[in-house]
Write a protein that binds this ligand. Structure first.
Ligand code: DQA
Length: 139
């Protein structure tokens, strides 16, 4: 199975910002743990702070991956461009968040991408990525 893990805006600061919310581990260590967990599968990782680059990564995944695990960060809450990119491809996308966005500020309760995603996983810290990746193996 080929999985693409995409992290969006500010996720490069994981381990440095709001440690009580997102944990103390940097993104590259989280990605290394994911790779170990999915040994035997192909896992690729992409991070960008740019909305357009995330759209391009989703477009390029078409035909090349069995699934995308996407933490779009704050873009989740307002990016119609990312929503349209997800809707434009047939590769299934699972939306993830490390934090439980529903237990946080009101603006985080709304996702404009959930409707075009296969499912949503949030609130399990770095394990949200692993749970999302595992979901592709169940279908
Ligand atoms: C996040 C939640 C978003 O609301 C926030 O803007 C992030 C990270 C999460 O992983 O919990 O940057 O997607």
């Amino acid at each position: 199975m080929k999985l693409l893990f995409i992290n969006g805006v500010n996720l490069n600061l994981t381990g440095m910002r709001e440690k009580g919310v997102y944990g103390e581990q940097p993104l590259d260590l989280i990605n290394a743990e994911i790779k170990t967990h999915f040994m035997g599968d192909t896992c690729d990782f992409y991070q960008s702070n740019s909305e357009g680059d995330i759209c391009t990564a989703i477009q390029l995944a078409e035909g090349n991956y069995d699934g995308i695990v996407l933490n779009a960060g704050a873009y989740t809450h307002y990016s119609y461009a990312i929503r349209d990119a997800i809707a434009a491809v047939t590769v299934p996308v699972v939306e993830v968040h490390m934090s439980n966005v529903h237990a946080r500020e009101e603006f985080r309760h709304k996702s404009v991408i959930s409707e075009v995603c296969k499912g949503v996983i949030c609130g399990f810290g770095k394990n949200s990525y692993i749970l999302a990746g595992e979901s592709f193996k169940l279908s």
